[in-house]
Structure formats: C-alpha cells, structure tokens
Ligand binder design. Structure first.
Ligand SMILES: NC(=O)C1=CN([C@@H]2O[C@H](COP(=O)(O)OP(=O)(O)OC[C@H]3O[C@@H](n4cnc5c(N)ncnc54)[C@H](O)[C@@H]3O)[C@@H](O)[C@H]2O)C=CC1
Ligand SMILES: O=CCc1c[nH]c2ccccc12
Length: 295
C-alpha cells in the first residue's frame, strides 16, 4: 500500500521531548486476557502500522503484548530513535523500577520514550500517589525512560502529585471523544503544561453511536472527503490532544493517516463540542469512575 506522505505533526512536551500526534495502540484490539503466547497477527499489524509511518506505539504491561511490540519494532527495520514507544505500569504501588525493567526486557529495548502509571485507583492516599511519582522520577533520572506521565488521573490525583513532584507529569492519557470532553481536566492540564493523550478517540463514530454528533460527523466527513474516524482523530489533534487509535485492518490504518492532511475550523470544533455535550459515554473503567467524574 502506498504511503501518505503528509507528516504527522508532533507535540512538544513540558520536558522538551516531542510526541507524534497520532498513536497506534496495542491494547484494546490485541489485549490478551491470559498469556496465550505470541500473537503473530498482532506482530504483523504493528509492523504494518510502522511501515505506514506510525511511529508512536502505545503499550502496557497489562495488555501482554509487549513481546509482540518488541518483535515488531526489531523486524520493522526502523531505527529505534525514530520510534516513540510508550508503556505503562498497572499498579504503581509495587516495584515500579522492576516493572519497567521487565517491560524493557519484553520490548527488547534499553529505554522507552514515555512510561505511564496506568491508573490511580490502587492508591489509598495522596502519599501513595506522591511516593509512586517519586519512583517514576528516579526512572527518568536513570535514563530508563525519556518522559514520565500518568493515565486516567483526575484533577484531584494530579493535584496530589504536583504538591511534591520535582518533575511535572509530561502527559495524562485519558478517554477522550465528543461524548467525554473533560473540559475542567483539560484546562487543568493546560495550566500545568501537561499534554493530553486520548484513548477511545473514535467512540462517537463507532461504538457510541447513535448520538447527537452523528449528522455533523457525516457532514464533515463529506466536506473533507475522509471518514468519520478521521474527523474524530482530527477533532483531537486540533485541540492539541494526541489520539491513540488501533485497527487490525490495513485500509483503516492507512486512512487514519489522512487526519494529518486537513484541519477543522474553530467553528466546527465548537459545534462538535456543543453537540457532544448532549450525551455522556464512557467505554473504559466505567466500573471505577463515578458518573460525576466527567470534569
Ligand atoms: N490508558 C488506558 O486506560 C487505555 C488505553 N488505551 C489505548 O488506546 C488504544 C486505542 O483505544 P481504542 O479504544 O481501541 O481506540 P479507538 O476509539 O480508536 O477505537 C479503535 C477500535 O475501533 C474499531 N473501529 C475502527 N473503525 C471502525 C468503524 N468504522 N466501525 C466500527 N469499529 C471501528 C477498530 O477496529 C478498533 O478496535 C488502545 O489500543 C490502547 O493502547 C485504550 C483503552 C484504555
Ligand atoms: O488500557 C486500557 C484498556 C485495557 C485493556 N486491557 C486491560 C486490562 C486491564 C486494565 C485495562 C485494560
């Protein structure tokens, strides 16, 4: 398949590093409940994504796909430094350094670009959030990761971390789409220089349908001659949010790169946001977040 050569833009993070503004995720479509051995389809899909020019690769220890990610990176032939590799520790109460070292071994890498605490819900107190963050700071200092960040943190979790942090989290990876816009949390991120990365970015165009954005998504897709998925990705990028998507389908992966080829107008973003606010949808962690956690 021919490559689309409009480069994916990068977002400058608060530690001076740059993050490619479209990620390929190895979680939802490839997640293994139990360790069933290497998944060749997952390896092939990651290699395909890298071949298409996806450089931002999102993993996590809990997905059990780090070995596949490591093999795909090796076999892709793309130099390590051209890739942006992310992984996550699920429960930062335990040995965070040991978790990262295990992940690096599985990934066959010396360092990751970004290491995230996957979620804050293991912590029973602010002190636990703060001491786990201090452990993350040591990993950055040791060069095992270029950047450190968090995922699924609410404003109160970030406030606790920031009280004692020497390094401000580089990003917070959250579920983000028109039906889950977190306006308060995004303002807080901006105020503190924390980048937002988005999982579930396609939700309004896929599993959260039908909904109030349906007609507008369709109209924008027609206007820009792209799919509703690409509109959803661009809606993130135009708000400085980095979407992480995934697909086992080559055509979809290739098409998503067209999100780099156009720009929504401020009026279109405003209208999408207003329509999206008429519905609430959360696809992940719903058993843990309360219905009030929409900020
Ligand atoms: N930090 C966290 O707690 C979480 C992180 N993630 C990360 O984000 C990545 C992407 O998350 P997703 O929710 O999968 O992102 P997404 O919203 O981009 O959805 C991608 C899924 O939608 C499906 N899809 C695409 N086009 C479609 C269409 N036209 N009709 C129907 N279905 C379609 C794809 O097959 C794929 O399974 C994960 O792989 C993982 O790396 C995901 C969930 C939670
Ligand atoms: O990262 C979020 C999605 C996900 C996929 N598999 C698991 C297992 C445990 C927590 C979250 C997830």
């Amino acid at each position: 398949m021919a490559k689309i050569h409009t480069p994916i833009p990068s977002l400058k993070l608060n530690d001076g590093t740059s993050m490619p503004m479209l990620g390929y995720g190895t979680g939802t479509a490839w997640y293994k409940k139990t360790d069933t051995g290497l998944d060749q389809a997952c390896i092939d899909s990651i290699k395909l994504a890298i071949g298409l020019d996806y450089t931002h690769l999102d993993g996590a220890e809990v997905y059990k796909t780090e070995p596949e990610l490591g093999i795909a990176i090796k076999e892709s032939g793309v130099p390590r430094e051209k890739l942006y590799v992310v992984t996550k520790v699920l429960n930062a109460k335990e040995d965070v350094e040991g978790s990262l070292k295990t992940s690096l071994k599985k990934l066959q890498l010396d360092y990751v670009d970004l290491y995230l605490i996957h979620q804050p819900f293991w912590a029973k107190s602010d002190e636990e959030l703060q001491s786990s963050w201090a452990e993350m700071e040591k990993l950055k200092e040791a060069g095992l990761t270029k950047s450190i960040g968090v995922s699924n943190y609410l404003q109160n979790h970030l406030e606790a971390v920031l009280k004692t942090a020497k390094v401000v989290p580089a990003c917070n990876q959250i579920e983000f789409h028109p039906y889950l816009q977190h306006p308060g949390l995004l303002d807080f991120h901006k105020k503190h220089g924390i980048a937002t990365t988005a999982y579930g970015p396609l939700s309004a165009a896929t599993k959260a349908k039908p909904g109030p954005t349906d007609d507008f998504l369709a109209a924008l897709a027609k206007k820009y001659a792209v799919s509703e998925g690409e509109i959803s990705l661009r809606w993130c990028i135009d708000q400085d949010v980095v979407p992480i998507t995934t697909s086992g389908k080559e055509q979809r992966l290739s098409d998503y790169l067209r999100a780099a080829t156009f720009k929504l107008t401020p009026a279109e973003i405003k209208e999408m946001n207003e329509l999206g606010q008429q519905k609430h949808y959360r696809g992940f962690w719903g058993h843990i977040f309360s219905e009030d956690d929409r900020s």
